[in-house]
Design a protein around this ligand. Structure first.
Ligand SMILES: [Zn+2]
Length: 370
């Protein structure tokens, strides 16, 4: 039977009837019987978490095999109305190919984190020498789903410094783009941010020490900013111990921690300059399935509520190359009872979830619950 939903379609808010036929959305009522799942409410193309590490902080527990961890994390996202996830790096490449065929959100992974030795959480990154980054990046692109993730900074002489020379970053971006891929950099150090932006990296992750001049250039180039606000806030109480353990001297630690405390103002500056800001939780630091909290943090930083919802829904989908609620689009939709642009709390309880034409949840009950 054909599934039917009536509601206000976001972002534009027009009340329309939408049907799911052969896994695709259509606004044309089909001739056969329809099963109506909602007659009111607010219809989105689903939420998106643009920054989540599926093998880390998995509900399956640290002892579970990698694939089980990935599946459990993706299930937690799906429960939260998230239909697409970008994984900017992981300890393995095992989430490659995961998606609706497994009953799980569309997954875009960068393969393994790329870092110079000793600059990232022990055991997580594929460690490479500086000059090997371009080759390694093209290799990881071949093992992932369209993305490469570079850890852009390391500690040297008590301070964060760029891990890679600007010419290496530029060559890496050139080769990955030529191979049809895109690049994200984990980075807060200003010179490293500048090199990534100038090289044409597609997104800047965290960016705690980003400056207005970076945002001007990011706006010009269309670089996305993923501030991972809830993760930065969660790390603040431990930040001093963490950076001290990495060998950062107290003055440099103060600079970073002060900036992390002002992260909301940095996000506001990015918005001011017209930078595309997207909602990523950095799940690993916190649990999976919580992008609604990042959306609320973006609103608290001054982002217009409708834009913040877009940052964790239709605009993030567009960034990933996924359509919204359009005729002929793959049938991804999530219905909320209240208007999530004005009551973001409603994001925690979607009433209908359809992933790639399959009804995952309806009327507040999971299908698995009967
Ligand atoms: Zn991360």
């Amino acid at each position: 039977m054909t599934v039917h939903v009536r509601g206000a379609l976001l972002p534009n808010g027009d009340v329309r009837d939408v049907y799911v036929v052969d896994g695709r959305l259509t606004f044309i009522r089909p001739a056969d019987d329809v099963e109506t799942l909602a007659t009111e409410g607010f219809v989105t193309p689903g939420l998106v978490d643009i920054h989540a590490h599926l093998e880390l902080a998995s509900p399956a527990g640290d002892g579970a095999p990698p694939l089980e961890k990935i599946r459990a994390s993706l299930s937690a996202h799906l429960d939260g109305g998230v239909l697409a996830v970008r994984e900017p790096g992981g300890p393995s490449r095992m989430s490659t190919g995961m998606g609706p065929a497994d009953g799980l959100p569309r997954t875009f992974t960068a393969g393994r984190f790329l870092s110079v030795p000793g600059a990232y959480v022990p055991g997580l990154a594929r460690e490479i020498d500086e000059d090997d980054l371009p080759d390694a990046a093209v290799e990881e692109l071949g093992h992932g789903t369209g993305w490469v993730k570079v850890i852009g900074e390391r500690v040297h002489g008590g301070r964060f410094v760029p891990s890679f020379r600007p010419d290496v970053i530029a060559e890496t971006a050139r080769r990955v783009h030529a191979a049809g891929g895109r690049l994200a950099m984990h980075v807060s150090q200003p010179d490293a941010i500048g090199a990534a932006v100038d090289a044409g990296f597609d997104s800047i992750e965290h960016g705690v020490l980003a400056q207005r001049e970076h945002f001007v250039e990011m706006r010009r180039r269309g670089t996305a900013f993923v501030p991972t606000m809830i993760a930065m806030a969660a790390m603040l109480p431990h930040a001093r111990d963490m950076v001290a353990a990495m060998g950062v001297d107290p003055a440099a630690a103060d600079e970073l921690i002060n900036a992390a405390q002002r992260h909301g103002r940095t996000v506001a500056a990015a918005l001011d300059e017209g930078v595309r800001v997207l909602a990523g939780t950095d799940a690993a630091i916190g649990p999976h399935g919580m992008v609604r909290l990042e959306i609320e943090s973006l609103i608290a930083a001054g982002m217009a509520p409708a834009d913040a919802l877009g940052a964790g829904s239709w605009d993030a989908r567009r960034f990933l190359g996924l359509p919204g609620l359009e005729e002929g689009a793959p049938a991804d939709l999530v219905v909320f009872g209240d208007d999530p642009r004005h009551q973001p709390g409603t994001l925690g309880s979607p009433s209908v979830v359809v992933l790639d034409g399959v009804v995952v949840k309806r009327s507040g009950h999971h299908l698995a619950d009967g």
